[in-house]
Design a protein around this ligand. Sequence first.
Ligand code: ZN
Ligand code: FE
Length: 257
Amino acid sequence: MQVFRIKALSDNYIFLLYDAEQNIAAVVDPAEAQPVLTKLDELKVELIAIFNTHHHYDHVGGNQKLIEKFPQLTVYGGISDKGRIPQQKVFLEDGDRINFGDGTGEVLFVPGHTRAHIAYYFPPQKSEEMGNLFCGDTLFAGGCGRLFEGTPAQMVNSLSKIRALPDNTRVWCAHEYTLKNLQFAMTVDSKNPELQQRYELVLAHRSRQEATVPSLLGVEKQTNPFLRWEQPALQLAANSNDSVQTFARLREMKDRF
Ligand code: ZN
Ligand code: FE
């Protein structure tokens, strides 16, 4: 399975999954249809599935047009998004499996950003390969999604599921927010050498307009403050010794940043 990153709207990424052998494609969170259609044309491939992570417009905005173009395609989403995702046909729960080409993805229920948010994890097929995580607006490179419909406790639980995945996992998150996220991270975890290094690297990438997605989950575990709620430095910054409260306060601070 190959993954192509497609830019959409102002700062969204759409991901196209491509199986060259079977000549099929699927798309994760089509914010809009046109850039997806362009990529499909270029690859000369049929779209067979849309995998949605949650119902927000910048993730499902292209569903309708894509299904008009490919009426046989299947739209997947979380069970609690019933009625909120256009043309949804399959209603997924935590632990469900989905097939694409020769790969099998696992569904993680990760409420917090919305109450119905799911993520798709494709483990490596051979030991030297990397896994792929499509996590929508739950985990971002250097940050996490805002809590629109969920509680801090829910989000900590959701991010814990993600944190339990192998370090060698590519994190395909839905927005290019990395630089701003790391600017915030530097205000609460400035003595973290891995974070300092990453910040410099991302600064350089962004000054050349280069994408910072996908990131690596191992790097997120070392540098993302929203996966580090039990670290002393972050508990100090949040003035708490409780994990959920630390997470909640960091999230509030980021909301105002
Ligand atoms: Zn969203
Ligand atoms: Fe979004």
